[in-house]
Design a protein around this ligand. Structure first.
Ligand SMILES: NC(=O)c1ccc[n+]([C@@H]2O[C@H](COP(=O)([O-])OP(=O)(O)OC[C@H]3O[C@@H](n4cnc5c(N)ncnc54)[C@H](O)[C@@H]3O)[C@@H](O)[C@H]2O)c1
Length: 316
C-alpha cells in the first residue's frame, strides 16, 4: 500500500509510519515540524514539509496514487486551542475537509482519522460510549475534532471509507517531553526528571484513561487491514480510569522518587474535561482489538526511555 501519514513526525504519527514501513508499505509523511521532529520520521519514508492549516496545501502533496490517508497532523494541545481557536480550526478541521475532498477527487479509498476523547466533552454516563449523546466538547480542540468526524461522515456518503479513532490519553516512549503543553504523562515526567515540583492544573481527583502507544498503533493497523470498518468511530483507551493522583504516584515510583515529591496545585481550566474513560466494547468486538500493556508497565518503559535520553540535569 502507499499511505499518506500526516503528522508523521509527531509522537503517534511517527509510530504509525514506522509500523507501516516495517510492514513494507510505501509511506509519505506530511508535517510542518511544529511539535514533531525530522528524526522521528523513518528513513524509508518520504517527508514533505507542509502546513495543513494553509488553504490548498493538498495541491503540493506528492503526486501518484495513494491507497490510504492516516490524518494525524494537528495542533494537538487543548490549551493552545484556547489561545488560538482560529488556528486550531484551520489545522484540525479545515485540513480534514481539504484532505477528504482531495481523496474523493483522486479516488483515494480509505481515510483514518486521529480524533480524540475531547470530542465527548463532559459526558454524563461513564465509561464514555461512542454513541453517547449529546457530545458537547468543552474546548475548541474537541470541537474541531468532532467537526472533523462529521466532515468524514459527509465524505463517506461519496464513497470514502472512513474510520475515526477517539484516542484517549496515549503515552509512552517517543512522546515529546519538550512540549509542556500537551500530554499529561509526558508533562509530569518532564518536571519529575528535573527534580522540580510538578504543576498540576485542576484537581488531583480528575481522571483519565491512559493507553500505551504500541496498543494505540495496533488499533490503527487493525482498521487499515480491514479496508472498511463496521462503525465510523471507535474509542481507543484502556477501559479503565486513573486519577491524576494515581498517575503521579506511579510516575514517582517508576523514577524512584519519594511519594511526597512536591506537587503544585493550580486552578483548573474550563476547557479541560474533569474526568473521562473509555468504553472499549465496540472496538474489541468489531476490530478484535484489546489493550495489552498495563499502565505500570508502560510507564516504566517510558521512564527508562526518557532517563536514557535526558541530560544529567534531567533536561530534554
Ligand atoms: N497524544 C494523545 O494522547 C492524543 C489523544 C487523542 C488524539 N490525539 C491526536 O493524535 C494526533 C497525533 O498526536 P500526537 O500526540 O502525536 O501529537 P504531536 O504533536 O506529537 O503530533 C502532531 C504532529 O502534527 C504536526 N503538525 C502540527 N500542526 C501541523 C500543521 N499545521 N501542518 C502539518 N503538520 C502539523 C506536528 O509537527 C507533529 O509532528 C493529533 O491529531 C492529536 O490531536 C492525540
Amino acid at each position: 500500500m502507499r499511505v499518506l501519514v500526516t503528522g508523521g513526525a509527531g509522537f503517534i504519527g511517527s509510530a504509525i509510519a514506522r509500523r507501516l514501513v516495517d510492514d513494507k508499505h510505501d509511506v509519505v509523511v506530511v508535517d510542518n515540524l511544529s511539535t514533531g521532529s525530522r528524526e522521528n520520521v523513518p528513513l524509508a519514508a518520504e517527508l514533505v514539509e507542509l502546513d495543513v492549516a494553509q488553504a490548498g496545501f493538498v495541491r503540493r502533496l506528492p503526486s501518484g496514487g495513494y491507497d490510504a490517508v492516516c490524518h494525524l497532523a494537528a495542533q494537538s494541545a487543548g490549551v493552545v486551542s484556547a489561545e488560538d481557536p482560529y488556528y486550531d480550526l484551520q489545522a484540525n478541521a479545515a485540513s480534514t475537509l481539504l484532505l477528504t475532498r482531495w481523496c474523493i477527487e483522486r479516488g483515494v479509498r480509505r481515510f483514518l482519522y486521529a480524533s480524540s476523547m475531547a470530542a465527548y466533552g463532559d459526558v454524563r454516563e461513564l465509561p464514555a460510549h461512542e454513541d453517547a449523546s449529546p457530545s458537547v466538547p468543552v474546548s475548541y480542540y474537541g470541537l474541531s475534532k468532532l467537526a472533523s468526524e462529521h466532515l468524514l461522515r459527509l465524505a463517506s456518503r461519496e464513497g470514502l471509507s472512513v474510520t475515526s479513532f477517539r484516542m484517549f490519553s496515549v503515552y509512552g516512549p517517543g512522546q515529546n517531553l519538550g512540549n509542556l503543553k500537551q500530554g499529561m504523562a509526558s508533562i509530569y515526567l518532564a518536571y519529575l526528571l528535573r527534580g522540580e515540583p510538578v504543576p498540576v492544573t485542576g484537581s488531583l481527583e480528575r481522571f483519565r484513561d491512559f493507553v500505551y502507544i504500541d496498543d494505540a498503533v495496533e488499533a490503527w493497523m487493525a482498521a487499515l487491514a480491514l479496508g472498511e470498518t463496521t462503525s465510523p468511530v471507535y474509542n481507543v483507551g484502556s477501559g479503565s480510569r486513573t486519577t491524576v493522583r494515581e498517575l503521579l504516584a506511579a510516575l514517582k515510583a517508576a523514577l524512584g522518587l519519594r511519594p511526597d515529591h512536591p506537587v503544585q496545585e493550580n486552578p483548573g481550566s474550563p476547557s479541560d474535561q474533569f474526568g473521562i474513560w473509555a468504553d472499549i466494547r465496540r472496538i474489541a468486538k468489531e476490530l478484535q482489538w484489546r489493550p495489552t500493556i498495563p499502565l505500570e508497565v508502560g510507564l516504566r518503559r517510558m521512564v527508562a526511555w526518557a532517563v536514557e535520553r535526558a541530560t544529567p540535569e534531567g533536561r530534554w
